[in-house]
Design a protein around this ligand. Structure first.
Ligand code: FAD
Length: 576
């Protein structure tokens, strides 16, 4: 069966949109449906983008509008019992974006939708996936449009980003195991405070038997969220009134919040649940469809975005090469342990925030005060809920671990770092290039040329970037490192080094000598043998606009492949 599209993405939330952008950037055919029209600003759910998501958005070309429309937060202030406990600052994060951005999810989605449209994909809505099945090497989805029309679409793969109540998950009979955690109440309000919360910080009030989070929204209203151990009997409906919410806020006398008006409110129960597999044949679960948990640390949306980025490039390679089972399996192998850890850590860290016993509350507050006084502990805590502690330790594609370099420098499966702050940002060279990037550390030599030649042989997957002390020409594939900051980050010695970085920013493989491409070749061979297809490139000219594009010479679909950008022009493969 010739499917109608490469990938059907179900659900245009942050996870589905990130997946679709990752695929569309690589020229993969995407169809995207959502059962509702875009949500209004006032009904937005998530508000906080963490540094890891900001880095992803930067690579996808979304950072500028996010910064323009959002509010930058330097960290979080904690108060309890009328006293300041301390602050958690994002400043220690190992990121060029060591802050968070407060922007309603509705606006984040709008920015993503605009980017997706630029890439040629429109979200079809309101179109609901009613059920689906896998058959004959494809997925068949049954869709119901808002006008009552039923239709079917077939796709090579389906990404289920259809949220916590995922129909896809239910269609496949996949268990969503876990338990109910706590009651939650959220409101967007115009309010007065005895002491105005700082505009550049999120404010946490830890009460007895619950906690409260306040943030300034970009439109001047406040987002106030409360968590209580159980549903409060005084609240009658899932859209609480201003008076009902005021009663709840009065239990947190700390800030003397007086609600003047509310534009949106919601009462719901938070559960902690996850699937036990993310891949089911040709179907991949991502974001809330695969995991939901306590809102502590604002990790739901941010984790979904990271799921999508892990999946996107793998799916693209598998589709371009019509194969790649092991590569696709690595989505499950890499993300599932992260999700399990997330569920465990959010559940564990939520419990003390709901304590009622005054002795326990005092002990918790003392511990928090201590953590917030010690910058390394602050950073470790921030790392853990912003995705910076993520290491992909399992899966076939981070296998060649400590090859010849001991534990010095970043290991395969770890985040590929930038230079220390103030140093040159090699990520900026990444630009629109969606391939693996090979960082070549070494002086001009025959060995370095061999590494370049190896990259050129694999230019379908790999783009070389030379890290040089100085460069005479303005070369787009050279990153200057005059102070040695980048070499130090990568623990490079006099024999040079090679670091192959995956499209999602994690180290794929590394070698402690510039003339030893062995570990890199093992990794690339694993991908190529996983796809089982010979990669051959042909250079043709588009009849439509005369632009040069590169495509697979064995691609019978007539698909044009990815348009050549400056990097592929420079490192175009020799036709085989
Ligand atoms: C009040 C609140 C505050 C939150 N704050 C934060 C925060 O600050 N930071 C954070 O990281 N997370 C936060 N979260 C969690 C965050 O909102 C979710 O984790 C995030 O929305 C998950 O994104 P998603 O794309 O996976 O799913 P969703 O955003 O739920 O998107 C799923 C999409 O699928 C569509 N859909 C569903 N079923 C179908 C179907 N059958 N056919 C077609 N389309 C379908 C839906 O219409 C929806 O658009 C918050 C959640 C809540 C409730």
């Amino acid at each position: 069966m010739q499917p109608d599209t490469d990938v059907l993405v179900v659900g245009a939330g942050p996870t589905g949109l990130t997946t679709a952008i990752e695929l569309a950037r690589r020229g993969i055919g995407v169809r995207m449906v959502d059962k509702v029209m875009p949500r209004p600003y006032a009904e937005s759910r998530a508000e906080g983008l963490h540094a890891k998501s900001l880095e992803i958005f930067e690579r996808q070309g979304l950072l500028a509008p996010v910064l323009e429309q959002g509010r930058v937060l330097a960290g979080f202030a904690f108060r309890s019992g009328g006293r300041r406990l301390g602050e958690l600052s994002a400043g220690g994060l190992d990121s060029p974006h060591a802050y968070a951005v407060l922007l309603p999810q509705s606006e984040i989605e709008r920015i993503q939708i605009e980017r997706l449209a630029e890439l040629g994909v429109d979200v079809q809505r309101p179109v609901e996936l009613v059920h689906m099945q896998q058959e004959g090497g494809a997925v068949r989805a049954h869709l119901l449009a808002g006008d009552g029309n039923h239709s079917e679409v077939t796709a090579r793969y389906l990404v289920a980003a259809d949220g916590g109540h995922s129909v896809v998950r239910k269609s496949l009979g996949i268990p969503f195991s876990g338990h109910a955690l706590q009651g939650a109440y959220v409101m967007d309000a115009v309010a007065d405070f005895a002491a105005e919360p700082p505009p550049d910080r999120g404010t946490f009030i830890l009460g007895r038997g619950g906690f409260l989070v306040v943030g300034h929204r970009p439109d001047g209203t406040y987002r106030i969220a409360l968590s209580l151990p159980a549903h409060d009997q005084r609240i009658s409906a899932d859209r609480p009134t201003r008076d009902e919410l005021q009663m709840l806020l009065d239990d947190f006398p700390e800030m003397e919040i007086r609600l003047r008006s509310i534009s949106w409110s919601s009462a719901f129960f938070i559960s902690s649940r996850a699937v036990d597999r993310l891949r089911h044949g040709r179907v991949f679960l991502a974001g809330d469809a695969a995991h939901i948990h306590s809102p502590v640390g604002g990790q739901g949306m941010n984790t979904g975005i990271q799921d999508a980025v892990n999946l996107g490039w793998k799916l693209a390679i598998a589709i371009q090469a019509r194969g790649g089972e092991r590569l696709l399996d690595s989505y499950d192998a890499e993300r599932l342990p992260i999700i399990r850890r997330l569920i465990a850590s959010t559940t564990t860290s939520t419990k003390p925030l709901l304590w009622h016993n005054p002795v326990a509350v005092a002990a918790r507050n003392s511990l928090l005060r201590l953590v917030m006084r010690l910058p390394p502990l602050q950073t470790a805590l921030f790392d853990s809920f912003t995705g910076f502690s993520v290491r992909y330790r399992s899966g076939a594609f981070v296998a060649a671990k400590r090859h010849a370099m001991g534990s010095r420098g970043p290991l395969p499966g770890e985040i590929a770092p930038e230079a220390d702050r103030g140093g040159r940002r090699w990520y900026l060279l990444w630009g629109d290039d969606t391939r693996h990037q090979l960082l070549i550390f070494g002086d001009p030599s025959a060995a370095r040329d061999r590494a370049l030649a190896w990259a050129q042989q694999h230019c379908e997957l790999v783009r070389p970037i030379v890290v040089a002390v100085q460069s005479l020409a303005d070369d787009p594939d050279v990153v200057l490192d005059p102070t040695g900051a980048l070499r130090r980050r990568y623990a490079v010695t006099s024999s040079g080094a090679l670091y192959l970085v995956r499209p999602d920013g994690y180290i794929a493989a590394r070698s402690s000598a510039v003339d030893d491409v062995g570990p890199l070749a093992t990794y690339v061979d694993a991908i190529l043998s996983s796809t089982g297809v010979r990669w051959e490139r042909a250079t043709r000219r588009s009849p439509a606009n005369g632009r040069t594009f590169t495509g697979r010479s064995n691609d019978s679909s007539g698909s044009p492949g990815r348009f050549a950008n400056s990097a592929t022009r420079r490192w175009r493969c020799r036709p085989t």
